[in-house]
Design a protein around this ligand. Structure first.
Ligand code: 6R9
Length: 650
């Protein structure tokens, strides 16, 4: 665990002006407490249902939940068409900003046409409800159009972060047996076009090695960087030649509330990523509800900007399904925050009058490093609410965020949730909560959590324990794709007797009962808000012919939260070529997983510290990496191993 929290700190109460206009009220908690399921039924009515639901929750087959039983709806119609029908077709849905500085405004009416065209094309190539589609794209409008077109047809999308390697894409395509892969010719990376379709070609392979499930690769022209883009005839098609030619009208059909909407792969404690399954009615209900209350969204007035990539769950719930189901106007930015320079985000806030801004603490700390002169050079007075997500936010970054970006008054919502939870679970309610810097405060109305010890007993205030969710919630994952056993084992076995969901995070309450999330208690690292498993990086490292064994830990890092530190043992007879070897190993990880998983530091050591049962003592490696005195070494086979490791590190 990383963050340390003071026991009692004062909260920042909302200003009377903010409280007076807030969507959230203290009464919302009471209403949810008095009848939780009725409360969720009320929230579900935010959506348009073609067939009304009966039972709100069927938990008889726990841990497999069914929410809004018997209800039917179309997710895309709820995100797009119904706003057009309600006369809001001219409202901008998306202010899109490309990295090279190009931009596009897309109204709800235009979005409806674009989504319909894509849906017509997907139907024309024979895709039917239940088929899987892999989306491997940078942050271009067509990525969102593709997601919505899938939702419209009941196709299950699997968005794969475009920073992932060909190998990572292939394993996800195979696991889901995707029939269609949607990509772009290239993507901008810090102002330069870089190939992307090439990675798809590499991933899908040819001949005997070809990904068997894939029938078509649909390519959006983005960078135009290669006049001789490699092309597989019969498999590859341009978006411009196909989707763009389709009719902009499409009759949508309603799907069951439990119809699978998307898969999203996330790192677990083992090397193999898990395909988290989300369904339609419950997911959209909670995405929509949280967007309205946590971001205090005012339709037609606010301009929302979530800085996440669509490759992560934050991009799914707060770039696509949450904002669009609420008829929001949002900004979507394709590139990095320092392209062309460090003013980029603040220019965008000024240009579009962004009112609600939602980013990760790692970016806040990067802004702090760049210096306040940069944001101070801009008029950021449009901002009225700030959000944080992905990792614990340190109180210093919280205060800087509020003072420098939020004009000293904007409420901050520190939102705890996970790929698995689908939507925000624990967060202050703006206008109601006196938020404390660094605390996610308390579960939202309708959500129930506890902090417990190893035996499932609630810990006393001030003590650290495990965060568990003791009641099902609408946007909860419905399973791990194709692996029922792993679903039970990963989330429901730790507190099986009680039937609680184990989140994998440590937490504690302070003396005032505010909840502080302290970080992962399992072998999952959090680097710049990205979840990376130690096992995945270890398996990439031992994939190098010179490496016999590897141990990886997340060491605390002032900017990225955690940084990846690896310890490797070389095979007999392999020469340690120093920097050359380290560079090769880092490259190996980059190719096998992604550049985001490259270790910050790799130490070649003669031995790894192990317990008698053969487990690597990661806790001790963490002590070494963070330069601390060693903790208890009594269970080690050979405590002197550390002398050798320290000598190597020095
Ligand atoms: C939404 C998202 C989930 C893990 C989660 C926790 C960490 C997320 C946090 C936070 C402290 C917050 N996390 N939000 N920790 N405070 N506000 O990030 O999903 O990528 O699945 O990561 O991120 O450790 O378990 P995901």
């Amino acid at each position: 665990m990383t963050a340390s929290a003071p026991q009692t700190v004062p909260g920042f109460p909302p200003t009377p002006e903010f409280a007076a206009q807030a969507n959230g009220t203290a009464e919302l908690y009471d209403r949810a407490d008095s009848d939780r399921l009725e409360f969720w039924a009320e929230q579900a009515r935010r959506l348009d249902w073609d067939t009304d639901f009966g039972q709100v929750l069927d938990w008889s087959d726990a841990p497999f939940a069914k929410w809004f039983v018997g209800g039917k709806l179309n997710v895309a119609v709820n995100c797009v068409d119904r706003h057009v029908t309600a006369g809001k077709g001219d409202r901008v849905a998306i202010h899109w900003v490309g990295e090279p500085g190009d931009s596009r405004d897309i109204t709800y009416a235009q979005l409806k046409d674009e989504v319909s065209k894509a849906a017509n094309y997907f139907t024309a190539i024979g895709l039917t409800a239940g088929d899987r589609v892999a989306i491997y794209m940078p942050m271009v409008p067509e990525a969102i159009i593709s997601m919505l077109a899938c939702a419209r047809l009941g196709l299950t999308h699997s968005v794969v972060f475009a920073g992932f390697s060909a190998g990572a894409l292939r394993s996800r395509v195979d696991d889901a047996a995707a029939k269609l892969v949607i990509t772009t010719d290239g993507q901008y990376r810090r102002g330069q076009p870089a190939p992307l379709k090439a990675a798809v070609d590499e991933a899908l392979g040819t001949g005997a090695d070809a990904a068997a499930s894939v029938e078509k690769v649909l390519v959006v022209r983005r960078t135009n960087h290669d006049p001789n883009l490699p092309w597989v005839d019969g498999r590859d098609v341009w978006w411009d030649d196909t989707v763009a030619e389709q009719s902009p009208t499409h009759q949508a059909e309603a799907f069951d509330a439990e119809h699978p909407l998307f898969l999203l792969y996330t790192s677990g404690t083992t090397g193999k990523p898990k395909g988290i399954v989300h369904t339609s009615g419950g997911y959209l209900t909670q995405a929509s509800y949280t967007f309205h209350y946590v971001f205090d969204h005012k339709e037609g007035r606010d301009v929302f900007w979530c800085g996440a990539d669509i490759g992560w769950v934050t991009g799914h719930s707060y770039l696509v399904y949450g904002p669009l189901s609420n008829g929001a106007t949002e900004v979507i930015y394709e590139g990095t925050p320092n392209s062309p320079d460090e003013h980029r985000h603040f220019n965008i806030i000024e240009r579009y009058g962004v009112t609600i801004y939602y980013i990760a603490p790692t970016l806040i700390r990067t802004f702090m490093k760049w210096g306040r002169d940069i944001p101070d050079a801009h008029d950021l007075t449009s901002i009225r609410l700030l959000g944080s997500v992905g990792e614990p936010i340190n109180p210093e970054a919280w205060k800087w965020y509020r003072d420098v970006i939020g004009g000293g008054t904007a409420p901050i919502v520190d939102t705890w949730w996970q790929t698995e939870t689908g939507a925000i679970m624990i967060s202050p309610l703006p206008g109601v909560t006196a938020a404390k810097p660094g605390s996610a405060m308390r579960p939202l109305p309708g959500i129930s959590a506890q902090i417990v010890d190893d035996n499932g007993r609630p810990v006393t205030h001030g003590e650290q324990g495990y965060l568990v969710l003791d009641q099902p919630w609408p946007a909860m994952l419905r399973g791990i794709w194709g692996d029922e056993e792993r679903y039970r084992e990963t989330y429901w076995s730790r507190f099986a007797d009680q039937g609680w969901y184990f989140a994998g995070d440590g937490a504690r309450y302070d003396d005032d009962g505010a909840l502080w999330v302290l970080g992962r208690v399992d072998d999952v690292m959090n680097v710049s808000g990205h979840r990376i498993s130690t096992a995945e990086v270890e398996s990439a490292l031992v994939g190098h012919s010179g490496v016999a064994e590897a141990a990886v830990i997340g060491a605390s890092d002032p900017t990225t939260g955690q940084g990846i530190v690896a310890f490797v043992i070389l095979r007999e007879g392999v020469e340690n070529t120093g920097d050359t070897l380290i560079a090769e190993l880092r490259q190996q990880v980059s190719v096998e997983i992604s550049p985001i998983a490259k270790p910050r530091e790799i130490n070649v050591v003669p031995e790894l510290p192990k317990t008698r049962s053969g487990k690597i003592m990661r806790r001790l490696l963490k002590d070494v990496a963070e330069g601390r005195e060693l903790g208890d070494t009594s269970t080690l086979v050979d405590p002197s191993v550390f002398e050798a490791i320290r000598a190597k590190k020095a």
